[in-house]
Design a protein around this ligand. Structure first.
Ligand code: ADP
Length: 502
């Protein structure tokens, strides 16, 4: 058996990637699917289309490379996290469109729970901030708003799942209704410490236990695909949420190692080992992954900081301002000036994520003079990505007491050399980009491959991780502090702006 097949179900596309024994990409297929925005703040996906595009790309990549199901040692499934599906156990039909992680329809529900003083105990149990981002209130919304859903759920007729559960249910012909702890830990219903669904949280969110999937290890073969899909059954042996999978793909196996993904947003995760470190700085505590035994000793936890606007800020320069023709052009434009000329861009277009969690902040462009050009603005946009990451890392350091030795990077915007150098400079920590940046798919391939003996262990995987480029920090500590203080001042001016109109 020559390959592991990763199914990487993302927010905008479904992808399938074949990895060989050396951890190299052998082939990839990708299909985009529709995004719906039926009301302001709502974001939906058609769960059926998620499944059909995912199956199609799996078949595409095998066909393109002449690979048969018998050549696959295992399949791993990684997914956009938190997105919520409710379906009929008898027919497999979704009851409603999937509510996507970006969807804000349950903000008021969260605010009500917050006002009741529920946030502290919820954070203690789940590691999460009480926010509409997570699945719990999305599932509650479906049970309350789809006619008949609650009664049917109580009769055991319905199944809830994040996208991993939904895909695996379909892949296994409805035989397995499962999730893994990395996905379960994003629902607000899962207790991080007992590693089980929590009865009091279920009561709090009014969710009947009968809809929940069984939690299985992130690495471990629990079932096979139905023969009809790929021509023969293939074991499914890995499951992880996309950011956790990327952390594994970056081989951040020991406590203190961290990765940052520069995509639409930025997601930084730091491995904290067997300790679920409670954040005092508004970061998330989450399960990173679980080994085959599925118990505490094989569970790695992580601290996570999510920044909403990273690469999306560059999209705004392109589509909103029209000062660049493509995202890649930002590098040469920003390179035309040596500094931002004290211009700061705070990209709070959708409020601020970690560590601020200020939904009322709005984007601000500060410090312009008659000499300001689009090059300064482009440079300020790149600096903003680096500085937001520095905010998250500073919070991680305060929470964990761990000073980072290097930051491993991936994602579309990590191709930008100027940005990566700025990142090293503002952190005062080396930034390292590996050769394989498909770390999400690679991570779940690793989880699946380890479970079936395709790879021998973490040491073998760590030997695959090869540096493409390393960026060493320039500039002194006092410069860094001054820059960060200036940024903090800019952030302060963006905060609480939308309070009157929201
Ligand atoms: P996602 O998985 O979130 O869709 P990707 O990892 O594919 O994101 O990265 C795409 C994002 O990266 C886009 O927001 C784009 O604006 C940004 N991006 C792509 N290339 C560059 C670049 N050279 N410099 C800065 N940003 C970039």
């Amino acid at each position: 058996m020559k390959y592991i097949l990763s199914l990487d179900q993302g927010t905008t596309s479904s992808r399938a990637i074949l990895f060989d024994q050396a951890g190299q990409v052998k082939g990839m297929a990708q299909r985009e699917f529709r995004q719906s925005f039926p009301c302001p703040g709502w974001v939906e996906h058609d769960a059926r289309e998620i499944w059909t595009t995912q199956l199609a790309v799996a078949r595409d990549v095998l066909a393109q490379h002449g690979v048969r199901a018998a050549d696959l040692a295992a399949i791993g499934v990684t997914n956009q996290r938190e997105t919520t599906v409710l379906w009929d156990r008898a027919t497999g039909d979704p009851l409603a469109p999937a509510i996507v992680w970006q969807d804000r329809r349950t903000t008021d529900t969260c605010a009500r729970l917050q006002a009741q003083g529920a946030a502290r105990s919820i954070q203690r149990k789940t590691g999460l901030v009480l926010d509409a981002y997570f699945s719990g209130t999305k599932l509650q919304w479906l049970l309350d708003h789809v006619p008949g859903a609650r009664a049917r759920a109580q009769h055991g007729e319905l199944a809830f799942g994040t996208i991993d559960s939904w895909l695996i249910w379909n892949l296994t012909g409805g035989r397995h209704h499962v999730t893994d702890a990395s996905n379960a830990s994003r629902t607000l219903l899962f207790n991080l410490h007992t590693l089980q669904w929590d009865a009091s949280l279920l009561r709090q969110f009014d969710v009947p236990a009968s809809v929940l999937p069984r939690v299985v290890p992130s690495s471990g073969a629990f079932g096979e695909t139905d023969a009809q899909w790929l021509g023969a059954p293939v074991p499914i042996a890995g499951i992880a949420g996309d950011q956790q999978a990327a952390t594994f793909g970056q081989t951040c196996f020991s406590p203190g190692l961290a990765k940052n993904t520069y995509g639409t947003g930025c997601f930084m995760l730091m491995n904290t080992g067997v300790n679920a470190v409670a954040s005092r700085n508004r970061l998330l505590t989450t399960v990173a992954w679980q080994g085959p035994a599925g118990d505490r000793t094989q569970t790695a936890y992580a601290l996570e900081g999510s920044v909403f606007m990273a690469g999306a800020t560059i999209q705004w320069l392109r589509d909103g301002l029209g000062i660049i023709g493509s995202a890649a052009e930002v590098e040469s434009l920003a390179g035309q000036v040596a500094d931002t000329g004290d211009v700061a861009l705070v990209p709070a277009f959708a409020g601020l994520g970690a560590p601020y969690w200020d939904g009322h902040a709005r984007a601000a462009l500060l410090g312009m003079t008659r000499g300001t050009t689009r090059a300064h603005i482009a440079r300020a946009a790149l600096e903003a990505i680096a500085l937001q990451t520095a905010d998250v890392l500073a919070a991680m350091k305060r929470d964990s007491g761990i000073a980072l030795r290097e930051l491993r990077v991936d994602g579309g915007a990590s191709r930008n050399n100027l940005l990566m150098q700025m990142q090293a400079d503002v952190l005062g920590v080396p930034v390292v980009r590996p050769q394989v940046t498909e770390t999400t798919a690679l991570g779940v391939a690793y989880l699946a491959g380890l479970a079936v003996g395709f790879w021998s262990g973490p040491d073998e995987l760590a030997s695959h991780w090869v540096v493409d480029r390393r960026y060493d920090p320039a500039g002194g500590e006092s410069d860094r502090r001054a820059r960060h203080a200036r940024w903090q001042e800019a952030v302060a001016r963006s905060r609480n702006w939308a309070r009157e109109v929201s």
